[in-house]
Design a protein around this ligand. Sequence first.
Ligand code: HEC
Length: 133
Amino acid sequence: MDSRFRFGVLTLAGVLLLTVPGSLRAQEQASLPAGVTPAMVVQGKKVFSGKGLCVACHGDAGKGGLAPSLRDSTWIHSRGTYEDIMAQIRRGVPAESSATKLVMPPLGGAKLSESEVGAVAAYVWSLRLESGQ
Ligand code: HEC
């Protein structure tokens, strides 16, 4: 392939990636983990900022605050799979394994049903799509 042509194709791909809106795209919905639906992500967002209390420590849209960002590609406590995130929420983070020495109580200290845990984990998982990492 001619290198100028290749450059053109790459630039076009880059422009397309940058211009597609940041919310869940059809292609991204297709890449959600098995068993996760877009509706769960929407419900999870409500849990995150509402009864889940997550927003109090992890900040608006998981951007970080007292507790680390949930949007970056760095996972401190797991590989960041959907199952890992669910397990993390159930278990919380005790002081002895916390990087910041701050504690996350199990379920963030909130009363969450299993389906709410699944939904808020789906939302946290989806933040990587929004942040493009
Ligand atoms: C009281 C504050 C607090 C609340 C509320 C809280 N967290 Fe956390 N969370 C933390 C702390 C502290 C850590 C670990 C920080 C460290 O290791 O330095 C953490 C870690 C995590 C991690 C692992 C991050 C990683 O990089 O591995 C996930 C996922 C997470 N929290 C999700 C949630 C969700 C979802 C909720 C709401 C249900 C929630 N948290 C509520 C304080 C909180």
